[in-house]
Design a protein around this ligand. Structure first.
Ligand code: NAD
Length: 340
């Protein structure tokens, strides 16, 4: 029997997770919620996703817009085994009592503090820890990117210490009221909160992060300096490790993907999801090894990197796959990522 899933909050993350759930062979998307009618609510209806009213939303507004509601969010929660909470930052914690009242499991997002759930999750790193859990938090976009790369490097060479500067996008493409429009804004929290967030998944990883926010909407870029425990043979060996790991995409120099605009143009050419790039993007030309010191850039598409992670989180919670690799393979095949 398929695991019945609700998506509460149908915005940037929620609409992507809903599509991803609908594509999985072992999950059933029972419904999604909106607080008010919008083009996104219309798209949910057009895709045939049963629409439920959430938060302080009013059913009459949906009626007036000609959008048929299947019920209230509480009714939706009574019809599912698990909810993916994709409400705005901090609202997930407020929603938690509804899930507890309905007796259903919950997947939260990285905008919530770690203690919202029993464990923080990233598929390549700690799938086993989250097996059977009733609540899990998928770590944020930046943290997911760092944790995935850490999973690869730790397993092969060990990590003595990691320094990363995160060049963060100012807003998502649809967020017209956020910025900056001009300027580079240092985050005056030194080190930034991302390192401690990585340690919610890898508690013993020595990592310190700093961050600046820049006027772009496409992606984040991480500038990494990792001192490994053991020296890899050469840079190609490290690149081969990234290339050989699901959810990594390595651009060769001849592809002329010189920065995030070309990466996202590739994503538009490829047309997966909402023209998304769900993998960590590594540039061959942007990786250098000097003994045990590894320097590399990676780009993270903030709107989509956590989407496959939400699917694997559900599979871990319901023990639907024998191991992480199998879950990742099922998820990625359904999404069209990686090898067919
Ligand atoms: P969003 O604002 O795009 O979407 C949130 C949706 O939830 C909106 O449709 C909103 O109307 C709805 N909503 C508001 N109140 C609600 C309530 N009480 N119940 C249910 N739904 C409600 O936000 P987002 O960017 O999708 O972020 C969702 C979560 O994912 C946050 O925790 C965020 O930190 C995290 N996240 C965001 C990104 C990103 O780059 N956008 C990346 C990774 C993780």
């Amino acid at each position: 029997m398929k695991v019945r899933v609700a998506v509460n909050g149908f915005g940037t993350i929620g609409k992507r997770v809903a599509d991803a759930v609908a594509r999985q062979p072992d999950l059933e998307l029972v419904g999604v919620t909106k607080t008010r009618p919008s083009f996104e609510a219309r798209r949910a209806a057009e895709k045939g996703y049963p629409l439920y009213v959430a938060g302080d939303g009013k059913a009459e507004e949906f009626d007036r817009a000609g959008l048929r509601l299947a019920g209230t969010a509480s009714e939706l929660f009574s019809r599912v085994d698990v909810v993916v909470d994709a409400a705005p930052e901090k609202v997930g914690r407020e929603n938690r009592h509804h899930y507890d009242a309905a007796g259903i499991r919950a997947v939260f997002q990285g905008g919530e503090k770690a203690d919202v759930a029993e464990a923080s999750f990233s598929a390549l790193a700690n799938y086993e820890v989250c097996r059977g859990k009733r609540s899990v938090r998928v770590v944020s976009c930046n943290t997911t990117g760092l944790v995935r790369a850490a999973a690869v490097l730790r397993a092969r060479w060990g990590v003595e210490h990691w320094e990363a500067t995160l060049v963060r996008r100012g807003a998502d493409p649809a967020e017209s009221k956020k910025g900056p429009i001009n300027g580079i804004l240092p985050t005056f929290q030194l080190p930034s909160h991302h390192g401690p967030d990585v340690r919610t998944v890898f508690p013993d990883l020595s990592i310190a992060t700093t961050a600046v926010v820049v006027p772009t909407t496409l992606m984040h870029v991480h500038v990494n300096h990792v001192t490994l425990d053991r020296a890899p043979a050469d840079a190609p060996e490290v690149l081969a490790a990234f290339r050989g790991t699901p959810r990594f995409h390595v651009f060769a120099p001849w592809e002329h993907a010189d920065g995030t605009p070309q990466v996202m143009e590739y994503a538009r050419d490829r047309g997966i999801g909402f023209n998304d790039m769900m993998e960590n993007v590594v540039w061959e030309a942007g990786l250098r090894l000097d003994g045990r010191d590894l320097y590399f850039f990676q780009a993270i598409h903030q709107e989509s990197i956590v989407v496959p992670e939400n699917i694997d989180a559900i599979r871990a919670m319901f023990d639907l796959a024998p191991d992480a690799a199998t879950s990742i393979r099922i998820t990625d095949r359904a999404l069209g990522l990686g090898a067919p």
